[in-house]
Ligand binder design. Structure first.
Ligand code: MEV
Length: 302
């Protein structure tokens, strides 16, 4: 058995993080920052990272596949990733998917998508409280789509190729943010219902705005979505500062992406203003300009 490798993309959520946990559709896109995972068999009986760690979603995902296939084998896992961790860009889901895919390649000589999806979800649970599955689905299939817990990912054309991703530099744990929203929900059920209704309106409008590529409207809707995220308590000073910086640099709109509490902000801007905005924003924050709708999981040369 030889070494096998796979890679998978990070993601941005354009609309609907947290609300997706409560059954609402969210709009998500794969980005061209990727995690690559290399898996090789070892004579030791354990599955672990090359640094010896076993507390990692990549390890849990690989172990799940070994268990499902009833194979007793030790594995060494190497991770190389360009996705900043704990920043809302789906790093752990991407690592889980790539690890599961490389394990599937090693043991079955193909990427079994159903098995990889289940394994990656198990990996995600290690770092996440009650995941909706959005991060693992987009890391698996790539592209852009509308994700719901009930129907998984349906591809849609979001008509945007690139946007600004601004890293606040503040890391946080997705699981803790999801728990925080759960507490808000338990204590404010009526208010939460109203927020979800307002989100429905935003979502319907944005699906129309994508059709005629109305960036100005999409930007305004991003700001409205951000207001709702603020109300449920997942924004913070650093996020608000990053949003203001993006708007000052000419963005149509901006909002947090992922779980919030820090992490990244996404901002929509005309492609011809992108370069200038990057130079302005990078005086204060680290900025990425990822291409959207990137390819899903794939085999890589080892
Ligand atoms: C995390 O990328 C998105 C959240 O909605 C959690 C989830 O859907 O699993 C905050």
């Amino acid at each position: 058995m030889k070494v096998r490798s796979a890679s998978s993309p990070g993601k941005i959520i354009l609309f609907g993080e947290h609300f997706v946990v409560y059954g609402k559709p969210a709009i998500v896109s794969a980005i061209d920052l990727r995690a690559k995972v290399k898996i090789q068999p070892t004579s030791e009986p354990q599955v672990k990272l090359s640094n010896g760690s076993t507390h990692n979603p990549a390890v849990k995902a690989a172990e799940y596949i070994l268990q499902e296939l009833k194979i007793n084998l030790g594995l060494i896992i190497d991770i190389e990733s360009t996705i900043p961790p704990s920043a809302g860009l789906g790093s752990s889901a991407s690592i889980s998917v790539a690890s599961a895919a490389a394990t599937s390649l090693l043991l079955l000589d193909r990427i079994d998508l159903d098995l990889v999806r289940e394994a990656a979800f198990v990996g995600e649970k290690l770092v996440h409280f009650n995941p909706s599955g959005i991060d693992t689905s987009i890391a698996l299939y790539g592209g852009s789509g509308l994700y719901t817990r009930a129907e998984s990912l349906k591809p849609i054309n979001i008509s945007i190729d690139r946007l600004l991703v601004i890293d606040t530099g503040k890391t946080r744990k997705t699981g803790e943010m999801v728990k925080k929203v759960r507490e808000f929900y338990e204590e404010n059920k009526e208010k939460f219902k109203e927020i979800l209704e307002e989100y429905d309106e935003i979502l319907n409008s944005v699906l129309d705005s994508f059709k005629n590529r109305n960036l100005e409207d999409i930007g305004k809707l991003m700001l409205r979505n951000q207001e709702l995220l603020r109300e449920i308590g997942v924004s913070c000073e650093e996020i608000e500062k990053a949003i203001k910086t993006a708007l000052d640099a000419g963005a149509y709109g901006a909002k947090l992406t992922g779980a919030g509490g820090g992490g990244c902000v996404v901002a929509l801007i005309d492609e011809d203003r992108l370069e200038k905005a990057v130079s302005m924003i990078s005086e204060k924050f680290k900025v990425y300009t990822p291409r959207l709708s990137a390819e899903g999981v794939r085999e890589e040369k080892t």
